[in-house]
Design a binder for this molecule. Sequence first.
Ligand SMILES: [Zn+2]
Ligand SMILES: [Zn+2]
Length: 164
Amino acid sequence: MDEGNVVRFKEPVKVTGSVVNIDQHFLLTGSAIGQVELICDRCMESFVIPIEAELQYSFADACGFRGHVARVAGEGEPDADPDIREFAGDEIDITDEVREAVLLALPSKRLCSVQCKGICPVCGVNRNKSECKCAEDSVDPRLADLASLYRQLGGGETVGKSKG
Ligand SMILES: [Zn+2]
Ligand SMILES: [Zn+2]
C-alpha cells in the first residue's frame, strides 16, 4: 500500500566481516554493501543508490543466551549488551540483521536527485521528464470562475475583442 516505503535490492548484498567468540556469545562485526532501489519522495520514480551498512550484532546459542539473560537480570551489568540474538543449530542466519542494518542506513529523505523537480500538482506530469505549462498558465481560481461566468453570460467574444 505505502509505495513510498518500497525498498528493493538491485543485487545480492555483499556482506563482509568477522565473527569473534567472546565469552558465551559471538560478536559479528562487518559491513553490508549493495544497491537498493527506492522510490523518490517527489517524483515517485524509482532510483538506485549504493548502500553501505555497518553490522554489529551479538549472537548466542540457547544456552549462552539464557546465561546472558540471567546475568543481565541478576547483576544488572551496566555494560552488558541487551541486544543479543539467540540462534539455534550450527549456523547463524544473519538475513534479518543484514536487512535491518540496510534499512537503518537508508536516507530518511529519498530523492532521485537534489534537483528533482517532482510531479506537477496540476497535470501530474513528471517535471524531470517533460515541461508542462501549468506554472505559466495557472490562473487564480477566483479569476477562472469569473472568466467562465462571463462566458456563460455571453460575454466571451467581447472579452476577445476588447483585448485584441
Ligand atoms: Zn525524483
Ligand atoms: Zn502541469
